[in-house]
Design a protein around this ligand. Structure first.
Ligand code: TXA
Ligand code: MG
Length: 306
């Protein structure tokens, strides 16, 4: 495995996989137009083929070649790109993102990541790059270079070290289809920020489900217990939140800051897991702002699906 942007571009062109840092989580990237390379992503992750991938592009201008954006989609892209928002929109006929990457759907998920290394790679490559989180399917997403390499490095021909991911949870996914905007996956761009721009979100997703939301996710090996108001039980590690809750070493955020908690979440789940505890208990995190995304990931890590 080589490291560095030139090697990464060459690997993508050769149909190989690349470990890619983004501001949310590390991705396992391939040329979106190369079905063999995309197939290798599904194999490397053990990902079900019905679960489509996100096409990453260098800037807003590149979206038109892939997807059909209405006014709402354009507003969202202008406001939040580059950044942690993924927009699912009707696919542009004849676009470069292969069928397998879209899981055969007539919609496509698009995002312009904010991480400078990711943007440099996308610009140098010059086309859409699909990148799911670089974990094996079902496991917590990697938010450090070392965790990404541990998860799927063996399948990658090149890897870019972009340091720890600043956001720490995956992008917010919204669908903008048939004039309706629905939240498919909460993330760092919050429900309130989106509604301030395009009005109230659909309360139901009208069948525009994210296929990836139907499976167990983000799970460490140890069982996860959420809203642990009673503190840790024997053998458990407690991930605290807020002043005075549990040991500082295992706190999502001692000050009770949801941004810090999101950035620490997957790393601490992985670190706790390495100690082989009887379980991982997690203190309550309020739902406001980024709390919706944090609680979503925690519920799924604890085995609640849907
Ligand atoms: O932050 C992120 O989004 C990271 C970084 C690497 O960019 N990527 C990521 O990808 O989280 P992944 O594959 O782990 O999650 C993509 C989600 C899945 O839930 C998938 O089902 C959904 O997006 N998705 C992709 N295309 C879709 C489509 N056409 N319709 C509905 N959901 C879609
Ligand atoms: Mg994922």
């Amino acid at each position: 495995m080589t490291e560095g942007p030139d090697a990464a571009v060459a690997a993508l062109r050769a149909g190989q996989l690349v470990i890619l840092p983004t501001e949310t989580v590390y991705g396992l990237a391939a040329d979106a137009g190369n079905a063999d390379a995309v197939a290798r992503i599904f194999e490397a992750k053990g990902r079900p083929r019905f679960n489509p991938l996100i096409a990453h592009i260098a800037d807003v201008g590149a979206a038109g070649a892939i997807a059909v954006f209405d006014d709402a989609a354009r507003k969202l892209a202008t406001a939040f790109w580059p950044g942690p928002l993924t927009i699912v929109a009707p696919v542009r006929p004849g676009d470069r993102v292969c069928d397998l990457a879209r899981a055969g759907l007539d919609s496509v998920a698009v995002r312009v990541p904010g991480h400078p290394l990711a943007r440099a790679l996308l610009r140098a490559f010059g086309g859409p790059v699909v990148a799911p989180s670089a974990n094996r399917s079902g496991r917590p997403s990697p938010t450090t270079f070392a965790d990404a390499v541990e998860e799927t490095g063996a399948s990658a021909a090149a890897a870019l070290d972009g340091g720890p991911c600043s956001v720490g949870v995956e992008s917010t996914v919204v669908s903008v289809l048939g004039g309706r905007v629905a939240l498919l996956r909460p993330g760092a761009v919050t429900r309130d920020q989106i509604e301030a721009l395009v009005g109230p979100l659909e309360t139901s997703d009208h069948g525009h489900r994210s296929p990836g939301r139907l499976t167990t996710h983000y799970a460490p090996d140890a069982p996860v217990r959420i809203d642990a108001l009673d503190g840790p039980r024997p053998g458990e590690i407690l991930l605290g939140f807020g002043p005075g809750v549990g040991e500082a070493r295992w706190s999502l955020s001692v000050s009770g800051d949801p941004r810090e908690a999101a950035a620490n979440l997957f790393r601490l789940l992985r670190e706790a897991d390495r100690e082989h505890p009887a379980g991982i208990a997690v203190a309550s995190v309020p739902m406001a702002g980024l709390g919706e995304a944090i609680n979503d990931r925690l519920r799924r890590a604890a085995g609640f699906v849907g």
